[in-house]
Design a protein around this ligand. Structure first.
Ligand code: SF4
Length: 317
């Protein structure tokens, strides 16, 4: 059996659960036990942990000041493609073909732009041809996805899966897994689609950091080290598979704990320093950054209860 064949489950036809479905099922199970006023507890997400590692000041701007960022059209296209792939896996297996995926683009965009009208505004001044070009870019990403795998042969356990765990140290980790495949042997595969515009060599270390984060959470949740972490790059049609092991995840867990402690220390004092580097080219906050001659706003204090929310755009990075 090839490595890829191990994850193909043609005999199963259960559509992928969307996170909303899983949440509804969870809510049903805990409806009597959970008070109506449950407060989200502070947690570290892979995107914000990665921000802090890259540049503490960027973390502050995003998680503490919560400064708005105007998404690029490439980011929105990535968000749209993620949404389409999630919907695709909710279809019966034989229907998961490129034509159906492309038909899902318009309803998915209608839903996303309905929820976030400011995203639709980004296209307000554009003519129909420019919007068509943008959509055709999304179709190309879908074509590259289908060149990498045949979703009719897969039966993921979940898509856009919300995962959360509190480590023994008390550090809470929270995130969303694009897709979780479970082989008949019970082995787990974490799949992440990459649709970002940043060059792959820049994003790769960041992507592996994110995948190891999910691997730690799933390992601690299920007691099984994921067999494979798979990154699918839809901009260049390549994929990368990585096999973590337990000692590595143990070390990575300590790294995450150290990052959270460093965030809390900086949060108390407001001392979030800039750390300029190549990724500054993708930073929306250069005008407020001392490394670019700017002045950050006055430190607003540590936000309660949740300094590190992950957005839809983060997930579609
Ligand atoms: S411009 Fe660079 S150094 Fe400044 S906040 Fe952004 S990422 Fe950090």
């Amino acid at each position: 059996m090839t490595a890829e064949a191990a994850w193909q489950l043609p005999e199963l036809s259960v559509p992928c659960l969307r996170v909303q479905d899983m949440q509804a099922a969870e809510d049903q199970q805990t409806a009597t036990a959970t008070p109506a006023t449950t407060v989200r507890r502070p947690a570290l997400s892979p995107s914000r942990a990665s921000d802090f590692k890259q540049c503490p000041l960027l973390y502050r701007f995003r998680a503490v000041d919560k400064l708005p960022e105007v998404p690029t059209k490439a980011q929105l296209r990535g968000t749209l493609v993620h949404s389409v792939l999630e919907r695709l896996f909710a279809l019966p297996q034989p229907d998961r073909v490129p034509e159906r995926a492309k038909e899902l683009l318009a309803p998915a965009w209608a839903e996303l732009s309905g929820e976030r009208p400011e995203w639709a505004q980004l296209f307000a001044a554009e003519d129909a041809g420019q919007v068509a070009d943008w959509l055709s870019g999304a179709e190309k990403l879908l074509d590259r996805y289908f060149a990498l795998e045949d979703p009719r042969r897969l039966s993921p356990e979940a898509c856009e899966l919300h995962v959360e765990i509190e480590l023994d140290s008390g550090v809470r980790l929270r995130g969303y897994v694009d897709r979780l495949d479970v082989a008949p042997t019970g082995e787990l595969r974490v799949v992440d689609y990459k649709t970002g515009a940043a060059p792959r060599e820049i994003g790769e270390a960041k992507a592996l950091f994110q995948m190891k984060f999910y691997a730690v959470v799933l390992w601690r949740l299920r007691g099984v080290v994921p067999r494979q972490l798979k990154l699918m790059y839809l901009t260049d049609g390549q994929s990368l598979a990585y096999t973590p092991d337990e000692p590595e995840l143990r070390r990575f867990e300590r790294t995450l704990e150290a990052i959270w402690q460093a965030i809390l220390r900086a949060g108390k004092t407001g001392d979030f320093r800039p750390n300029p580097g190549r990724l500054c080219d993708w930073c929306s906050h250069q005008a407020l950054c001392p490394s670019f001659g700017g002045t950050p706003p006055e430190y607003p204090g540590w936000p309660e209860p949740d300094p590190g929310v992950e957005t839809l755009l983060d997930r579609a990075d």
